[in-house]
Design a protein around this ligand. Structure first.
Ligand SMILES: Nc1ncnc2c1ncn2[C@@H]1O[C@H](COP(=O)(O)OP(=O)(O)OP(=O)(O)O)[C@@H](O)[C@H]1O
Ligand SMILES: [Mg+2]
Length: 269
């Protein structure tokens, strides 16, 4: 399997796949994209080093889900370093080629079903992430999804790295997560060491278009994203260190977000 690096020049592709809907693919795609864009921004703002010449300074997100959930929330966010592309199985390979030519990483968000787009995406990917919630049903679906990844690997005649990512695990009930981890391990499914915990910040971002690091009180969720992103980058061999938390977090809410707080203050006064 190829391990693309910035200096190697080839832009890695990471797919978010599951044969089941609602497991957290789009959530994961969004937090990865916004965290990576933030890291790219930090890189752009520091003094130029010769090794940076290979960087293109862009993340491309390809949304193959007809519901267009990812492209919608990315539009709300308006991150200048993220290019959002709406695609389908017909267009996917061409969109991937174009995305790779202009980006440091391409993320593909897939529909929650086994289809042609999933096979194409997996066949082109350096890493397939399979979100799964801590439930027996999700173990079964993860086995199915990884079955599709194995078919794609057979087609393209190379190994395709893949990891199950536990998602929506309860913050305070780690025993549930541990039990669930054991089930995935028993089914011979490789797990990412970091899971995406159940947090309000991951839900409110879908309305506000603000990733956790831009949310007041979103620190724990942002820290979760940082660790998860590090784990993903380690697998694909991409060198993009964490951004400086203080410098990169514009915590000022827009006018419409602040108004309800003002009203509360006025009522108390
Ligand atoms: N870690 C989390 N904490 C809180 N809510 C979450 C988390 N992950 C996902 N959700 C919520 O769960 C729901 C499903 O998540 P998401 O849309 O990311 O799944 P999906 O796999 O992309 O679904 P689909 O297959 O329909 O595209 C959403 O309402 C999302 O806000
Ligand atoms: Mg989705």
């Amino acid at each position: 399997m190829s391990h693309a690096t910035a200096s190697g020049g080839r832009c890695p592709i990471v797919s978010l796949a599951s044969t089941k809907g609602g497991v957290g693919k789009t959530t994961l795609a969004y937090v990865l994209a916004t965290e990576l864009a933030r890291r790219l921004e930090a890189r752009t703002n520091r003094p130029f080093a010769p090794a940076d010449a290979a960087w293109r300074g862009r993340i491309t997100c390809i949304d193959t889900d007809p519901n267009r959930t990812l492209s919608h929330v990315l539009r709300l966010t308006g991150a200048p370093l993220i290019t959002s592309v709406e695609s389908d199985s017909e267009q996917l390979l061409a969109d991937l080629r174009a995305g790779q030519a202009r980006s440091d990483l391409v993320l593909i968000d897939l529909e929650g079903t086994a289809n042609q787009a999933m096979l194409y995406a997996a066949g082109k990917s350096d890493l397939v992430l399979v979100p799964a919630q801590p439930s027996r049903f999700d173990v079964v679906e993860a086995v199915k999804t990884i079955g599709v990844v194995r078919k794609a690997a057979d087609l393209v005649d190379r190994e395709i790295a893949h990891r199950v990512v536990l998602s929506r695990t309860p913050v305070l009930r780690q025993r549930v997560a541990e039990h669930s981890r054991a089930q995935f391990v028993r089914a011979a499914l490789p797990l990412l060491p970091i899971e995406l915990v159940q947090r309000a910040a991951f839900q409110s971002m879908t309305y506000s278009g603000r990733p956790p690091y831009q949310q007041e009180g979103g620190e724990a969720a942002a820290e979760n994203v940082t660790r998860l992103t590090d784990a993903v980058l380690a697998i694909i061999g991409l060198d993009l260190p964490a951004a400086d938390h203080v410098a990169a977090a514009p915590a000022i809410a827009p006018e419409h977000d602040r108004r309800p707080h003002l009203r509360v203050v006025e009522a108390i006064a």
